[in-house]
Design a protein around this ligand. Structure first.
Ligand code: DGJ
Length: 701
């Protein structure tokens, strides 16, 4: 349990996590101010660090600049505002007054009010047991009778990074079918904003950043990171000043979207969690993975099953006979969860119609879904179903009945993307309809798994009947969470996969109510190595869906060997997404063997610690290693993306093993000293050529 202590003399709080420390204080004028973040310090040691607000040395800067605990707009504060409000009379500046605090069960809440206006502000901190992660959030309460307060920006937290000679940022960028492209680049001076204005987390950026002084490596160095648990629009801003100060402020929302806080309302932001580690990027990732496994994912102890998904095999051409045939083949391979993707409902013969009509298409399934579900269950597999609850095709019964249910402005085009519009889940009647439709489906057919898709961003996000239409940006996402939570509560056996045209909705907010995420619509194993590398910087293999699909690849048209495709997918939650009815017997036999191998190694992959030995851009060869939580087993994946003329195989240095122990290669029986594997490495014995791969299993003796 974290220790949190208040020192009344200095009016400061010290939070001690498993191995790190964090401190804040009240300034002389009652504003919350940052003190310290880094290696653990005792209260005595912290006394040496405690700053006092500096003398004002010129007329152009705030003496406390860059140190605000939640940088508020107002007074002489000119830093990037994390909290920007407009009171009913038009006043914008906030003046903090400290009220009180409480410390309870690893949680600290520090309460303030505005000096004049009816606003209470709570800064929340929580350290999940056994981690170095500090969860932070903000609560705003309008506690007066006057008119609404406009919320221009309400970040969850501002993280102040200690002054270093230089700064580098790690983050991911990308787009559809090319998500999670890792970048490490210098932090520009001034303000740099990462975010999404799409109403979803997005493919183009993901709500986390890592900061270091430019010297950290995979295995060494101090890394400060922060991740936002939110699946709607978001922004994270780094601010670097000429004084050397760097802050990271982040939360939900986007510029120009200004919801209101009405009398009596409380707005609670999502969590923006921070983590300090001194073991390089590898240790930072492992700490985030451990946090996700213990404190975010709803069923952390489960092993995710091997799934089959029909999308790439059938597209919209779904038939009962076709699905049954796929299911039989899948079961024979050792698949444990059979998922029927898009095309089973309404008039869904293509992407032009049917979304919103969540009843079984009787032309395709004359007897309803029962016969197929029965067959799948009879084959010993769980049954999963694709849905896209937030969407409607204009060509649907739902839209014809309720054209006002979509996001729209009366005088603006209703822009279609993929021929669909977004339902306004901020409306309780629409969210209620969605819950009822899904609840009925799951209950009626005994559905074990939903793949919850979301295939377009918001546009013309209006709500004409509502006086505060901007609130829909937050409330839509909250409604999605609410429906998932209610479904889980009503159907405890139900598991959910989050998907948004591939990896458009991957974040700790959605992971808290789903069991896995669809990483990307790009299943090309070469591209996947890069995507999985970016994904795994923060998110765990335990939630990373990865399918083996047909050759050549559906999206990229590249050909790669089946072995390579399997090995890449086995580094996450293995699935099969190809047209297995067409696979030759030889490929099916190989698939059976690899699925059996995966089942054997998956406790290590899904619950172990990830060590990235060589990133996917390393001279044609990349390597990953998972080490079981108890250290007894390790699995090493080595991939040669491209064979270069005249390069001889090099040893791959392992990580995370005990130097004094010996390890047996489970396939060859060869025994190695841990110290030699760590210091010198292992010759992987890759087959010749491009797209070569090997999986090595080591057992500690
Ligand atoms: C996008 C998803 O990412 C795909 O896997 C598939 O489910 C399609 N939608 C179906 O429309």
């Amino acid at each position: 349990m974290a220790e949190i202590a208040f020192d009344a003399g200095t009016r400061s709080w010290l939070i001690r996590t498993a191995a790190t420390g964090y401190a804040l204080r009240l300034t002389e004028d009652d504003a919350p101010s940052h003190v310290y973040w880094g290696p653990a310090l005792t209260p005595d040691q912290l006394a040496d660090v405690l700053p006092r607000t500096k003398e004002r040395w010129d007329a152009f800067n705030d003496p406390n600049e860059g140190l605000d605990e939640l940088a508020a707009d107002g007074g002489t504060r000119y830093w990037t505002p994390a909290l920007q409000l407009r009171f009913a009379d038009g006043t914008r500046a906030l003046e903090w007054r400290y009220l009180d605090h409480d410390i309870d069960d690893g949680m600290l809440r520090v309460r303030f009010r505005d000096r004049h206006y009816p606003l209470r502000i709570t800064l929340g901190y929580r350290v999940p047991a056994g981690t170095d992660v500090i969860e932070r959030w903000t609560e705003l309460t309008h506690d007066g009778p006057d008119g609404p307060i406009e919320v221009i920006r309400a970040d969850s937290a501002t993280w102040v990074v200690p002054v270093r000679p230089d700064y580098r940022i790690s983050h991911v960028t990308g787009r559809w079918a090319a998500e999670s492209q890792l970048l490490r680049e210098p932090v520009p001076h001034g303000e740099t904003t990462f975010g999404s204005r799409r109403g979803i987390t997005g493919h183009h950026a993901n709500p986390w950043v890592m900061l270091d002084d430019g010297e950290a490596t995979e295995r060494h160095g101090e890394v400060y990171s922060a991740a936002l648990a939110w699946s709607g629009s978001w922004r994270i801003t780094t601010t670097r000043s000429s004084t050397g100060r760097l802050t990271v402020t982040g939360g939900f929302g986007q510029d120009g979207v200004v919801p209101r806080l009405n009398p009596g309302d409380t707005l609670t932001t999502p969590v923006f969690a921070g983590l300090y580690t001194d073991g390089g990027f590898g240790a930072a990732s492992r700490a985030w993975h451990a946090y996700a496994l213990r404190h975010v994912l709803p069923h952390p102890d489960e092993l995710r099953p091997v799934l089959y998904n029909s999308w790439e095999a059938t597209g919209f051409d779904v038939t009962e006979a076709g699905q049954r045939e796929l299911a039989k083949k899948a079961a024979a391979l050792g698949v444990e969860l059979f998922v029927m993707d898009d095309g089973w409902f309404g008039a869904r013969d293509g992407d032009h119609a049917g979304l919103g009509d969540w009843h079984v298409n009787r032309d395709k399934f004359p007897g309803g879904l029962e016969p197929l579900v029965g067959e799948v269950h009879g084959l010993g597999m769980k049954f999963g179903l694709w849905v896209e609850p937030e969407m409607v095709n204009p060509d649907s019964e739902l839209y014809r009945a309720h054209p006002d249910w979509v996001l729209h402005y009366p005088q603006r085009t209703r822009s279609e993307l993929r021929r669909q519009l977004v339902l306004n889940f901020a409306r309780p009647d629409v969210a209620g309809w969605a819950f009822d439709s899904l609840d009925a489906l799951v209950g009626e057919y005994g559905i074990d798994f939903l793949k919850w898709d979301m295939n377009r961003p918001f546009s013309e996000a209006g709500w004409p009947d509502d006086g505060d239409q901007d609130r829909l940006w937050v409330e839509h996402t909250r409604a999605v969470y609410g429906i998932m939570d209610r479904l889980r509560a009503a159907h405890p056996g139900l598991r959910i996969e989050a998907c948004s045209g591939g990896g458009g909705r991957i974040d700790f907010g959605v992971m808290a109510r789903t069991d896995q995420v669809w990483t990307s619509d790009n299943t090309d194993s070469l591209d996947r190595l890069v995507i999985q590398h970016g994904y795994g910087q923060v998110y765990p293999a335990r939630a990373m869906s990865a399918w083996v699909t047909d050759d050549p690849n559906f999206v990229t048209h590249r050909s790669t060997p089946l072995r390579f495709r399997f090995h890449v997918a086995m580094a996450g939650v293995l699935g099969i997404g190809g047209d297995i009815v067409e696979w030759p017997e030889e490929d099916l036999a190989y698939a059976r063997e690899q699925i059996a191998l995966y089942k054997e190694i998956r406790p290590v992959v899904q619950h172990g610690r990830l060590h990235r030995l060589l990133p996917p851009d390393t001279d044609g060869v990349s390597a990953l290693q998972y080490v079981a939580a108890d250290g007894e087993r390790a699995v090493v994946f080595v991939f040669r993306q491209a064979a270069h003329f005249h390069t001889h195989e090099r040893p791959v240095r392992l990580d995370g093993l005990a130097p004094s122990a010996r390890y047996r290669d489970d396939d060859t029986g060869q025994v190695w000293h841990g110290a030699a594997l760590l210091a010198h490495g292992l010759f992987p014995g890759l087959p010749d050529g491009d797209f070569a791969s090997v999986v090595i299993r080591l057992t500690k003796l």
